[in-house]
Design a protein around this ligand. Structure first.
Ligand SMILES: Nc1ncnc2c1ncn2[C@@H]1O[C@H](COP(=O)(O)OP(=O)(O)O)[C@@H](O)[C@H]1O
Ligand SMILES: [Mg+2]
Length: 250
């Protein structure tokens, strides 16, 4: 058995409940990930049916093992396309081991290393991924990492019905990235970042599509800006509201 496999089995046995854990072997850091069931509840399906809001597209039901196979398979395929993702080094029935691809963007931006290089790189990387006919599925800041001066994508367990058009999933990716930046109060030149994404992805009309989408939510906006309600809202809704305001002005 290889040294790495032995170290991975030890790490897995030492934390049988953990879904994700890092361990070291010969001075190198690795991540071990277990499968986790995925799926959306009936309320979620209903909300999607009514609103068609891209953030609400229901996630396919997968068993732990299916989710694991889906994720490792997708990472391998993206790697073969030259997309920066971790390398899958070991795969067993219940977990796989991947290389460490650096700190997350959330961590870096949170520590106030708020340089535009990082945020612009994220929009460029997402644009390149989309230009290759792919989508991420979870493009929040905590699922983007930075190593060797390059954005890497992690966390691909979410799967969607084949019926959902690729464009919708890509629009959802772009929205998720904007959403997680707004949620963490990271200041952003929206025009600049979205333009960078559009040029690289070739999705020329995505800013218009976001604007159209938000225009349909005008009634919601009236309700949520009513001040007694505003004070009751959660961070997610407030972040969504902030993005709507920014995008409408583009
Ligand atoms: N290959 C990796 N390189 C660096 N950090 C990682 C890696 N895999 C996971 N992480 C860290 O672990 C966290 C959770 O892993 P992730 O795959 O996103 O699982 P979850 O599905 O629980 O979000 C990430 O946000 C990141 O901080
Ligand atoms: Mg994650």
């Amino acid at each position: 058995m290889s040294n790495l496999r032995a170290a991975a089995r030890r790490a897995a046995a030492s934390a049988p409940e953990k879904e994700i854990l890092s361990f070291e072997s010969y001075g190198q850091r690795y991540w071990l990930k277990r499968g986790r069931k995925t799926g959306s509840n009936p309320l979620h399906y209903a909300a999607w049916g009514l609103s068609r809001f891209p953030l609400l597209i229901p996630v396919s039901h997968q068993s732990r093992r299916e989710a694991l196979r889906h994720e490792s398979g997708k990472i391998r395929r993206l790697e073969s396309l030259g997309i920066p993702v971790p390398r899958i080094l070991i795969e067993e029935n219940d977990w796989f081991v991947m290389s460490h691809t650096g700190p997350t963007l959330r961590h870096l931006l949170y520590r106030k290393d708020r340089n535009e290089t990082l945020t612009l790189s994220a929009f460029e990387a997402l644009g390149r991924l989309h230009a290759m006919g792919e989508y991420h599925g979870g493009s929040q800041l905590r699922n983007l990492t930075w190593t060797n001066e390059q954005i890497h994508f992690i966390d691909f367990e979410e799967n969607f019905s084949e019926e959902v058009p690729l464009e919708t999933l890509q629009l959802r990716d772009l929205f998720l990235l904007l959403f997680s930046l707004a949620k963490d109060h990271i200041p952003l030149d929206y025009r600049r970042h979205i333009d960078r994404y559009r040029t690289i992805s070739g999705n020329e009309d995505f800013d218009r599509r976001l604007r159209d989408l938000f225009a349909r939510l005008g009634w919601l906006e009236k309700i949520i800006t009513f001040s007694p309600i505003w004070s009751l809202l959660d961070k997610d809704t407030k972040a969504t509201y902030r993005i709507i305001q920014e995008i409408k002005q583009l």
